[in-house]
Design a protein around this ligand. Structure first.
Ligand code: NI
Length: 395
């Protein structure tokens, strides 16, 4: 049997060099021009059919096997975050205020490595692999833009895979869940509107500060009183803005925050209760509220069949390590969810933390960095999972 892990390890320098280069030159969503250029160059060098400028700065390459078979899409995201890096790494960001603080640099480098590994075994591959390098995953709609641009058609995709390097778990851990694995996210903006006035004569004003405080408190009742105890949801108010000075009651207060859910029925309940609670709590204080609720992503829901296949692949590849198939879930959100809404597939996690080396800062933290020794794990598992899905292998 082909040893995917040794092959990926032999390509470690390739993966690491690319990852460090992307890390030094991070680009925000829909601005990944340099990154996409390198991606296209690497894929073209393999002799693949490459399309650039898909859904903005996205890149697609088609890798055709030599026999008929299904079409498997593999996606990596390429964007960085508006964060100033605080690591002391030699390969730290050279662009002030922009940083690969989520590991998308690793995803891009890993998928280019997967492309090389799949290309090398093209002669034995049935079906077609669609390699997708997506822009703007961080809440900017990159996946939706690529879907609009037709990434799931021509040829039509039968299954989709993506991975995330994961600093919540150590190197050697793999999280592959059937069913929901990341939460659906909405963002909200609530404007509590009263009537401004002098702080010394509150009876002549309608105080939106008191009303906003009631709204924040009342919202805590949704998860504790309306969501079934064995289900999950989050309602977080994350900003409160109102007023300019100590003796003036402001005319309005603005609240923003996020709602996270996994289950469609729970989501409906939470959204309905959110509107009722905000209006009623504001109304009780004589104020009114304007609510702007936007869906960021649906829940990321893995197809149980596809997840079972990736789990089997991982157990075969890494018999001695920790393959967590007990439905690892996180309240974070991920726009691969839009692709999984339309195509069965699996989104999985590769442990990348190493506390002994100080490499365990959380995602989106200015000190975020990964243990690169996990990169071959990612490349080997993704390549093997693609091969297994294409050949219909279940174990
Ligand atoms: Ni991410």
């Amino acid at each position: 049997m082909t040893d995917f892990l040794s092959e990926a390890q032999a390509l470690f320098e390739y993966t690491q060099t690319l990852r460090r280069d992307f890390h030094m030159h991070p680009e925000l969503g829909f601005q990944e021009v340099r990154t996409a250029g390198i991606v296209a160059k690497e894929l073209t060098a393999l002799g693949l059919e490459v399309t650039t400028g898909v859904g903005g700065t996205g890149v697609i390459a088609i890798l055709g096997g030599t026999k008929p078979g299904p079409v498997v899409l593999v996606r990596a995201d390429m964007d960085a975050l508006p964060i100033t890096e605080e690591t002391e790494a030699a390969y730290a960001s050279q662009t002030k205020g922009v940083m690969h603080a989520c590991g998308h640099d690793a995803h891009t480098a890993v998928l280019l490595t997967v492309a090389r590994m799949l290309h090398a075994r093209r002669a034995e591959l049935p079906g077609t692999v669609k390699l997708v390098f997506q822009p703007a995953e961080e809440g900017m709609g990159g996946a939706e833009k690529m879907i609009e641009a037709g990434v799931l058609e021509n040829p039509k995709v039968d299954a989709a895979l993506a991975l995330h390097v994961w600093n919540e778990r150590p190197v050697g851990w793999f999280g592959i869940a059937g069913g929901p694995t990341m939460a659906g996210a909405e963002i909200f903006k609530v404007r509590v509107i009263g009537k401004g006035g002098h702080g010394a004569v509150p009876h002549l004003a309608v105080d939106p500060v008191l009303a906003a405080a009631q709204v924040v408190s009342a919202l805590q009742g949704i998860v504790s009183r309306n969501v079934p105890p064995l289900q999950t949801a989050v309602v977080s108010v994350c900003t409160v803005h109102g007023g300019e000075t100590f003796n003036v009651i402001p005319p309005a207060v603005e609240l923003t925050g996020t709602i996270r859910t996994f289950d469609a029925a729970v989501r409906q309940t939470v959204l309905a209760r959110f509107e009722q609670t905000v209006q009623a709590a504001a109304g009780a204080m004589g104020c009114r509220a304007e609510i702007d609720l936007q869906r960021l992503t649906p829940a990321t829901v893995n197809d149980p069949g596809a997840a079972a296949r990736v789990q089997a692949t991982a157990r075969r590849l890494f018999p001695k390590t920790d393959v967590d198939t007990t439905n690892y879930v996180t309240m974070g959100s991920e726009d691969f969810a839009f692709i999984l809404e339309k195509t069965p597939g699996c989104f999985f996690f590769i442990g990348t933390a190493n506390p002994d080396k100080g490499l365990d800062a959380a995602h989106h933290h200015p000190k975020f960095d990964i243990d690169e020794s996990a990169l071959p794990h990612a490349a080997a598992l993704m390549t093997a999972a693609v091969v297994d899905l294409l050949s219909g292998k279940t174990g």
